[in-house]
Design a protein around this ligand. Sequence first.
Ligand code: BGC
Length: 769
Amino acid sequence: MLLATSKSKSPLIVYLLTSIFFLLVCAAPLPAQVESKANDLLRQMTLEEKVGQLSQMPGFPVPEFMQQNGITPEDAVRKYGAGSVLWVSDPKQINRWQHIAVDESRLHIPIIFGLDVIHGYHTIFPDPLAMASSWDPKMVEAAQSVAAREARAAGITWTFGPMVDIARDARWGRMMEGAGEDPYLGAAMARAQVLGFQGAQLGGPDHVLASVKHFAGYGAAEGGRDYDASYVPEELMWNVYLPPFKAAVDAGVGTVMSAYMDLNDVPASGNRWLLHDVLRNAWHFKGFVVSDANAVHSLITHGYARDGADAAYKAFTAGVNMDMASGTYLKFLPQEVRAGRISMQQIDDAVRPILEAKIRLGLFENPYVDVSKIDRVLNDPQSQQSARVAVQRSVILLRNEGNVLPLNKSNIKSIAVIGPLGDATTDLLSMWGALAKPGPTVSILQGIKEKVGNGVQVEFAHGPNLWREIPSFFENIPGFAIKAQPKQSAEEAKRAIDDAVALARQSDVAILVLGEIDLMSGEAASRSSLKLSGGQQELLEAVVATGKPVVLVLVNGRPLEISWAAEHVPAILEAWYPGSQGGNGIADILFGDANPAGHLPVSWPRTAGSAPVYYNHNLTQAPEDAPGFKSRYWDIVSTPLFPFGYGLSYTSFSYDNLRVSQPVAKIGTNIEVSVDVTNTGTRSGDAVVQLYIHQRAGSASRPVRQLEGFQRVTLAAGEKQTLHFTLGKNELQFWSPASKQWVVEPEQFDVWAGGDSTAKLHGEFRLVN
Ligand code: BGC
């Protein structure tokens, strides 16, 4: 209307009217307005209605505890309202639940619908470990904003991401959900994802509420066994495990999810040090905390809470605002208040940020999904293109002896695509991608076929099947359409290998696609061995023995044991779980339409027995490179197979001329470091330039190296650029176990720049008081 009538008016008036219109319609409410609306609601609410807001209802079959206590989620919403509903993702169902809340509950407070949109809703992007491998936070932010737009269009208003747990042990299944082992890279990825999901300010159109998880220390699960206890000393918490969470909080994340496991003998979801002292007191977090699923009730299982009432009391007073799907708050919090153990003021303070999030998200004005708009958003071809670029930017070239890659399609007549993941689709999405609402997925076989066209014959041999010895419970969740491949006998597996070898023999090149099906990584997907499972190693060795050129493409959620391949297979690409456009993006890399520039966000262990392995360990009394101390094991080299930060390109780079602004600087002044990077090859490519520091002495032993800066830059063949890095307080400080505080110490520092964590180009400086 406004635009139609304004056509006749002058451009200035049109501009002014349009600006006013957008200010009125789009302007986010001011903090004071949000707070006062929340307080208005709070004044009208009964205790039960408040506790309803502190509860997230399960949208899936109701947990046993709720059944036993006669709680049906829909009735609870009708009677008291609810903070949120978990895992209802069908837009029609979302509208149905929302109508119950808005039309039938007394105060008409809308529901927030939460789902794990971890790396895509319909367009599935590479998994978070892959996106971290891009070392490209801008790309990651853009990817998560596509995920947010799609999810929001379909009625999801809250995602349980980003997952920012530091993972140093590849046996832990959830490594793929995060950004790897490094706090600095992890913080950059955390920030980027929060901005992507939420936008610059919570409540922007096309964005969702984010939840940084799992607070905190989950990645340190003993033995890499999922859910097992973590024992993390305070200095390691502050210096390594907490920084990505802090970055997410600083970026304005609206919610934090408390973890499942025991942290230093206190379950994270009942841990007041974490949820109150760190999150609220030290970091001034203003949003709300949701427990992990059923984690409030699980405080009993931990042997931490006596019973349901004690669990509700302990989680609530520790700082969990919202109980995810256990019903424990619903049942027990009102009686805790009536008994005087919890005050109404405490309840109000816990409810307020939940109401504020709903107000900011605009749910009071627009509670329902406009189903007529969903398809247009989900089928935006630009999103598929972004996902394809994300694959190109995430894939890591681990080996390329004799420049086997890129393949030249004009020299090749036939290609054998081999392996149990070669024609996979759902398996390229990871378990969370498969759980969202994925659209069509391009398999690697399909991507290669489309790339080479009709002139090249492309045949496929599956090889042996992949399954878990102990099945995943996710296979039994209704509506969860992911399954392992059927078990095979030894003879069947052998026959499948023979067929694959025969195909390789008659082809010009063999592309093996090996790794892990989606259920082999992720939640409840830890493993004791990192070997290529289920006959894949035999398959690989047999195909290599044919003497044909072999390219190994890995699809997996964690580094695998590939020492044999690293010696015998000329070309290795790490794709992680590449998502909907996996096949196309990988084909782009294989045939040189894109130049790989992914770099490892984790150190690559030689075997599971060497876990945990990470580059930023302490120097120790016997440094690895000191003469006579080469190896800490007698049966294996103790260094990783590939170092943190490593990745090859189809071109090459040199790093020179590292300059430090001041050899001696007063604490408080910034140190400027610059370095020249040159593309020394014959084609354009991206360098990922990394800056590491080391403090030589101080109040504590400091890591041998720490990443404190990186930049990904595109350089034409022969081009040189000078890159600048700043080392300020954030980069130079650490949490000292001696003084129990953040310190910048007057000491000598080393600085290195280069293409991975073993970079040799060195400089130094001294900080003085
Ligand atoms: C996982 C969380 C997830 C939640 C809801 C839990 O089992 O640990 O990461 O967000 O379920 O799906």
